[in-house]
Every structure is written in C-alpha cells, then in structure tokens.
Design a protein around this ligand. Structure first.
Ligand code: PLP
Length: 384
C-alpha cells in the first residue's frame, strides 16, 4: 500500500503551490457569480458572448426536455442521435462554411477522436508546444510519431516536416491559444501543409463566436477555405454558452470520423435539450454582432488602461489577456488578493502553462460593463 503514498504526493503538490481545488458556485454563470454567499466580479469564465444563462437558451432547453426527456438513451450510432443533434450539425456546417459537421460530447473527446482516427503508427503528428492538452493527448494516443515545434515557429515546423518520412503528416494547432490569447500563424501553416502534402487541423475553441463577422472564428476572419484547413474543431462550452463540441470538414472526413473515432462511437450522445440550447445560442451568436463589437471595445479599454499602470500583458487582441508573473507563489498570491477585493481571475500554473510563465488569465465577456473593467484595472494596480 505504501508505494501509493497519496498523502505524501498531495503534501508535495501543496508545498509547490501546485495543489488544485474547486470553488462552489451557487447560481448561474455570468459576469457576477456567487461563492459562499459572496458576489464576485467574474473575469475567469470562457462565456465570452454572455450566452450561458440567456433566456432563449433556457427556453429552448426546457421545450426540448419536455419533448425528448433528459437522457439520450444511447450512443449516436445506436439510438441516441435525435433530430436536435442532426439539425445542429446542419446549422454548424452552414455556420462554418464546411460540407458537414459532427457533434461530439466534449471538445476533449473531439480532439482525441479526430487525431487518432486520422493518424496511426506509420504516420507523424506535428503540434505547437502551446497546444491545448486535449490535442497533445490526442497526438500521443494516436501512436503516430509525435513532434512538437516551438510556439508559432513555422520555420522550425518546416524543418521537422522536411525530416519526416512518415506516410501521412498531420499538423495540429490551436486557432486562438487558450492561455495566451494570440492567434496561430495560419498563412504559414497552410503554406507548409500544401508544400508537404500534410493535413492541417485547427482547434478554434476560443475563436468560434468571438472572431469573424458572424462569429465563425479565426478561419472565417481570415477567409480560410475547407481545402486549406480540412479539419476544424470548435466547442459549445465557451462562446456558445452550452456544452459539447464539433468537428467540421468534408463529407468524407465526417463519414470517416463516424466509422473510426472511438470517443464518438463508444459514448452516450449528449442530451437533445443541450443541443436545442446550443442551437438557440448559435442563432444569437450569428445575429448579435454587437456582442463581438462590445468585446473588442472592452479588450481595447483594458489594454489601454493596463499600459497606463505599466501592467505587462502578453500580445493579444482576443478576450484572453494574460499577465505573466512567472512563479506559482506570486500567481496564487495575486489571484488570492484579487479575490479579497471581489474579483475572480484565473491563476494558471504548470503544467497548464510552461514553468516560469505562470500567470493571471483574465477573460472578458460581452456582458461586462466598462465600469467593471475600470474597477478590475484599479484592483490590479494595487495587487500586481
Ligand atoms: C476547452 C478546450 C477544449 C476542450 O473542450 P471541452 O468541450 O471543454 O472538452 C479543447 N481545446 C481547447 C483549445 C480548449 O480551450
């Protein structure tokens, strides 16, 4: 029994300021949340468009649960794929400008499922070092030769591609990087993929809803076609304010995933009511351009204010703004002090980010007011 030594391992994590714990939220997600009876300004959520508690999503959810019940009953390929799932897939195909889309239960599963369906032992996968954990895990699980290139370094990627003799080469990147907020060097990646007959996959979990004229994400904003980026992944849990994820691409890609993606095949389909709520929010996402405009204005206000108080931010024009403090203890202390002042801000430590780049991760929502942003800046000026 002693070789397990849970207590010793936990004590070690605590001592390194790496211990993780949860806080219990009472009430809906929003720019104000209640914890232990206290109300906080929330700058830590991924609910970028402020749709997680939207009345139309709640209404659609209620109506669909009256019609379909709560449980989906089985996997998609048995009898769990409802008309709501199917309608959402058709709407997502049109939203992303792709032939088809396939709903997965979570983004984590979509990434693992897609990568391991596309490459195997004879192949190679090339990933940005700052890719989301689910992309890294997908690459490892696939059994393909796994190569990582320094963040956004297209030249290094080009060298790795040249050196590879693999049958199939898959390049995988975050669209908007989840912890830094910057954008993938898409043009360079597309060029390398074309030159080496590699396939390019983009995980746009943080771009969908936020970038592009109808919220179609980084690929819509940059006018990138299905041929250039054949595999697009997006999630519902962030800007779309619900739960779940999708992969969009060609007819053949989607059919291949239905046949081969194990996390698609061997799991219960998400509830139809969640799909109905997602459809309602997708409609709001497309129609409410003001939400994206408001986000841009809030981010600009924050960056201008940060400059005035000499707060060092990573380069980012998205609603993800990072203040790198470079140390676990400093990061935990800063987020604790902000909490005392009534602000919830994410404290991000390794292994989520590389050691030495521990940070506060501040995220904005279209539901924040410009007064809240001023108040956050003033709290940051006292704490950091
Ligand atoms: C959140 C996230 C995921 C995982 O999506 P879930 O639906 O939460 O499992 C995948 N990739 C990126 C970049 C993310 O930020």
């Amino acid at each position: 029994m002693d070789s397990w030594d849970f207590a010793g391992r936990l004590a070690q994590l605590k001592q390194q300021d790496l211990y993780r714990s949860r806080q219990i939220i009472n009430g809906p997600q929003g720019v104000e949340v209640h914890l232990d009876g206290v109300c906080y300004n929330n700058f830590s959520s991924n609910d970028y468009l402020g749709l997680a508690n939207h009345p139309l999503a709640i209404k659609a959810f209620k109506a669909a649960s009256e019609k379909y019940g709560v449980g989906s009953g089985s996997a998609h390929l048995i009898c769990g794929h409802s008309a709501e799932h199917h309608a959402l897939e058709e709407e997502l195909a049109s939203f992303t400008g792709r032939d088809r889309a396939l709903v997965f239960s979570t983004g984590y599963m979509a990434n693992i499922g897609a990568i391991s369906a596309l490459v195997g032992q004879q192949d190679a996968v090339f990933e940005d070092k700052l890719n989301h954990a689910s992309l890294i895990d997908g690459g490892l699980i696939s059994g393909a030769r796994f190569r990582r290139y320094p963040h956004a370094n297209v030249n290094r990627l080009a060298e790795l591609l040249q050196q590879s003799a693999a049958d199939k080469k898959l390049i995988v990147t975050d669209g908007v990087f989840s912890m830094d907020g910057d954008e993938a060097p898409l043009r360079g990646l597309i060029e390398q993929a074309k030159k080496t007959q590699s396939m390019l996959m983009v995980d746009d979990a943080h771009g969908i809803g936020v970038l592009g004229h109808t919220g179609g994400g980084l690929l819509q904003q940059q006018g990138v076609s299905q041929e250039q980026v054949p595999v697009l992944m997006g999630t519902f849990g962030k800007a779309l304010g619900s739960f779940g994820a999708f992969i969009a691409g060609s007819e053949e890609l989607i059919e291949t995933l239905i046949q081969l993606a194990r996390p698609y095949i061997y799991t219960t389909a998400p509830p139809a009511a969640v799909m109905a709520a997602t459809r309602a929010n997708l409609k709001l996402c497309i129609e409410d351009g003001w939400r994206r405009e408001k986000l841009v204005a809030l981010v600009e206000q924050f960056r201008t204010g940060a400059k005035q108080i000499s707060l060092q931010l990573l380069e980012s024009s998205t609603p993800i703004q990072a203040v790198v403090l470079g140390d676990n203890e400093l990061t935990m202390a800063a987020s604790g002090a902000l909490k005392k002042k009534g602000f919830l801000v994410g404290a991000i430590r390794s292994p989520t980010v590389p050691q030495g780049s521990e940070r506060l991760r501040i995220t904005f929502s279209a539901s924040h007011s410009s007064t809240q942003v001023d108040e956050l800046l003033s709290a940051l000026s006292e704490v950091v």
